[in-house]
Design a binder for this molecule. Structure first.
Ligand code: DLZ
Length: 172
């Protein structure tokens, strides 16, 4: 159980690049809104904490997680972005709907990332029940939105670094 070992809000702040010159899109699914809005807040707080400017953060809301890849594509078409975060929460129910949605969103986002050369971050919780979701949306296992925000900063900075032809330093 990965998140039993790692708090989702913990990351090494000292090695995270500044987000001051980076532009972000965030797509938020409204299914399980109590959870996803808490994830969004965690993500937004993280971007702002590391210097991102409010005017460089573009957020849209969509009905459910299944719509996240399309929303990410629309965001990329509407704004110049360095990274996109997709935020959702798909709770397992009596049927296999969660597997169809989760697989579609994961494949949609990774395929989109590669196709448009903009990192799309998987900020989607895939819990077995609501308590597991609450535990990961600001509860005992931290907030996956924070993890997604920190990941977006790293990937956006990497994209910018490579665009500018800079080399990585060994040891980070
Ligand atoms: C239909 C559905 C169900 C049953 N469960 C969830 C869920 O737990 N989390 C979520 O984000 N969305 C859910 N949806 C909605 C789908 O993602 C999608 O919005 C609809 O199937 C319409 O395409």
């Amino acid at each position: 159980m990965a998140s039993a070992l790692k708090n989702l809000s913990h990351y090494d702040e000292t090695t995270l690049p500044s987000a001051a010159d980076l532009r972000f899109g965030i797509a938020v699914a409204d299914w399980n809104a109590q959870i996803t809005h808490a994830l969004y807040q965690g993500c937004l707080d993280t971007l702002l904490k590391h210097g991102a400017k409010e005017e460089n953060i573009h957020m849209v809301q969509v009905p459910g997680s299944f719509e996240l890849p399309a929303a990410a594509r629309m965001l990329a078409g509407a704004h110049k972005l360095d990274a996109i975060v997709a935020i959702g929460c798909v709770i397992k129910g009596e049927t296999n709907h969660n597997e169809y949605i989760n697989n579609s969103v994961a494949m949609g986002l990774i395929n989109l990332s590669i196709a448009i050369n903009i990192p799309c971050i998987f900020g989607v919780l895939t819990p077995n029940d609501e308590q597991q979701a609450l535990d990961r949306a600001g509860g005992i296992h931290g907030n996956k939105g924070v993890e997604a925000g920190a990941t977006a900063i790293r990937m956006a900075a990497l994209k910018k670094q490579l665009q500018q032809g800079e080399k990585s330093k060994i040891g980070f």
